[in-house]
Design a binder for this molecule. Sequence first.
Ligand code: CS2
Length: 500
Amino acid sequence: MNLIQLNQQNITSIAARLAVPTYDRKTVKTGIVHIGVGGFHRSHQAYYIHQLLEDPACAEWGICGIGLREGDRNMADVLKKQDGLYTLITQHPDGSATSEIIGSMIDYIFAIETPNLAIDKMAHSDTKIVSLTITEGGYNFNPSTGDFNFDHPDIQHELSHPNEPKTVFGFMSAALKKRRDNGLPAFTILSCDNIQHNGKVARKMLLSFVQKQDPSLANWIDKEVRFPNAMVDRITPVTPKSSIEFLKNEYHLKDDWPIVCEPYLQWVIEDNFSNGKPPLEKLGVQVVPDVTPYEKMKIRLLNAGHSVLGIPGAVHGHPTINACMEDKIFASFMRDFMDKEVTPLLGEIAGIDLTDYKNSLEGRFSNPNIKDGVSRICAESSAKLPKFLIPTIQENLVTGGSIKYGTFILAVWCYYSDRRVDLNNNPIEIIDERKEALHKKAKQYQQDPLSFLTIPDIFGNLPNNKRFLQHYTTMTAAIYQEPNMHQLMTFISQDNYLVE
Ligand code: CS2
């Protein structure tokens, strides 16, 4: 088999096999610098921008990716070898797939090796937006107080060495300082992470940091930088090895890191930009005055719904989200959680029928060709649950609403963090920066059944709530006695299940 390496030079030969960018990538300028190029950015924002660049009038909006972490090295190598090109494989529920080459990533800087290049790129007059997918944990705040965490050693370093940035905050601050000193307008900071009020959070964190580092710069940022809130959505599993093989077999194409995703795609952004906005509404992006209700709906239903399936799914031994959905007990538990614990907190959302939305989530989670691993869903639960699930329990404690479904997930999370094996005794792959700390707390369960909850920046004041504790202690006791997810989910879902 004669394989063609994906890169710019080979693009004409590749065009005979599958769709390639029709625009001249050499003439595209970097209007957007994106920090944290992972699967999601490449299936979502970079795909939107790719479509935008098909219009020559939009050639100012190309993307330069930036990797700030050692873990970005592989991405840097692959994108360099492939001139930023990659294949997006959209997997439809009927088994068909559409593959196309995406060209919007016109440059990539591995900032660990060349930090000044990254700062200069962000400070360049062409750059109008710095967008972020730095994960829920990347904002460096304590979820129970909402305050910036100054204890991080890299942050401490940056405070005294502003010219040696390491974190996203240090880089943004250094670049904004340069722009101010050069008399250039500020860029917009556009967060694309699953945090409610993500723009507001990004703003608060950056300002807390810069206030300590350089108060006069903080004043300038306060006045000049806009931070639109945004809701982003496209399910993008970890790229399976089989997709690399698929491209080889189907198109004789060698792409070392293609992206697989679902057909669904959504982006809702607030119209709040410092220095120009790409005309994304042409591509179906919803530009709205206030994104809050959309973010809340998505994070509390989709992202939390994922965790509600994924954590018990991992213990049960379901490998993927679609396998959880094929299991009727899991699927109906998740739907009950959405209907009974989340929906009452959402209120009316203009232009959205919540029943349709939840039905569409069920369809998306069930897509048999996405095979979204529960290990991806459970990854970094210590950063996700305080944003996706715990606020729902807290609000229901205030309103008197149901908390049994959400609490069950926290109880199973304790068991999962303690035992780290599924019901067949197979090890569970746990990816979490705080996995050892979680394990340490969870494994004290026998001596102190509430030990797991004593992590204040995750659980906040939940352990002080009597109603919550009644549910939690009853559920953990039941799980430790017989960790049979089917039995427990069925029992908890009954209308007459009551712990008060
Ligand atoms: C998932 C998200 O990481 C998770 O737990 O819920 O990555 C989800 O797939 C995306 O937010 C979909 O837009």
